[in-house]
Design a protein around this ligand. Sequence first.
Ligand code: GDP
Length: 525
Amino acid sequence: MNNPKLKEQVDSRRTFAIISHPDAGKTTITEQLLLFGGAIRQAGTVKGKKTGNFAKSDWMEIEKQRGISVTSSVMQFDYEGKRVNILDTPGHEDFSEDTYRTLMAVDSAVMVIDSAKGIEAQTKKLFQVVKRRGIPIFTFINKLDRDGREPLDLLEELEELLDIESYPMNWPIGMGKGLEGLYDIHHQRIEFYRPEEYGDQRFAALTDGELPADHPLTKNSIYQDVLGEVELVQEAGDQFDLEKIARGDQTPVFFGSALTNFGVQTFLETFVTIAPKPHAHKTEDGEEVSPYEEEFSGFVFKIQANMNPNHRDRIAFVRICSGTFERGMDVQLNRTDKKMKLSNVTQFMADARENIQEAVAGDIIGIYDTGNYQIGDTLYEGKLKVAYEELPSFTPELFMKVTAKNVMKQKSFHKGIYQLVQEGAIQLYKTYLTDEYIIGAVGQLQFEVFQYRMQNEYNSEVVMTPMGSKIARWIDPEDLDERMSSSRNILAKDRFDQPLFLFENQFAMRWFADKYPNVELKSLM
Ligand code: GDP
């Protein structure tokens, strides 16, 4: 446990995900961050949905067809002595369980908000997953170069809708065409939007919170208004509190414009300084493993097939929780107690998937997999013998009945379904009495990926009949009476044969709860 080199390396890791509603600017910011980190040379290489240049993170054919990022990929770069790992999450509204699970592998999250739109539906959903885990969350309010909502109004919405304290790290001076810059509260300086108008200086220092009286910006009434607003939020608002940030109870808020690359570098510099380093992870037994523990351990949070269509490979994404990964090392797989040799492993640079020599707690590695790994698996070295907490399952909201188109091909149909379910691509249920297959998902896109992969990987054409959205609630098997099933709900069982009801809507569920007050209805998360 006493290895200063390991501690130094681990402490330099910043592993986070960016969450947002589609079009808030996640891709644009990611590109700017990668540019600063020297990981890419030109913008437009991460995701080219508008230009037709497909990025390295868009591996699957289906992603190319739809021009969106289905899978959460990983991008790594070094910045000011820190090693930054960005875990991408799909910004599309048809996001899936993958997105949620990726959030289990990060130490913090960055929430991007469009300044004209405020908190949107998907931001809220993702935020809630992050909040439930108590992960620190940073906010970037984007598109300042356009007319948006008043900053005070946005902060208020943040606090009200998301139930979190906010602390403005900086404050916009104007917006849209009238954008002059940022009043940087944290660094006590002004950052100019058009430095050429202010003697080519990007920054001007503040003394007692103000510019020198002869500075040209002081003549601008917007500047005077901002002084008043900043004073107000500093007096009436919450104080900057690193402990609250670490618990996820306060979010530092940055303003900027990703498209014009304004405020992004300030964000990055501040973020790498205050964002948390890798934390200890809980085991099944409720104990914690320190990231400085010398023996290697980690868990699989995602399995991605077909990253390279020529090779049909699968990659198991592992979040390293302790110690050092070394190429060729032997580890133990907790579920099977099998020994595995980690020789074919990759790390994810934005412009090339490079083979790596060493990675430490906080980093993500990808292991080429021939079917040995499952989501939630723990890997460990030597005598460590840990099993990390189970990853949460997410209650699906959309359901489809599914059958094989060709009845002669039942074998490949079953094989495909079971493998994809094991991978966590989709959830599987059966009607309770008749054993018809029902698949469930968090987002519509999961169905499309499922159908595509059944066809392409298992040569099984499937017929899917939409059942629409349902509310899934599990009940204790002892409470089950088949007569409880009605036209407003479907009685089903999950793949562990546990009974559940799929209710048509809230009304049907309340009706059931009123009729059977002693039956407890349970959701997954
Ligand atoms: P994502 O869906 O969250 O990844 O969003 P994108 O990064 O693809 O951005 C969506 C659209 O908003 C694109 O047309 C961007 O060019 C645009 N955009 C992103 N950031 C800004 C910004 O700071 N200002 C303005 N005006 N447009 C932006």
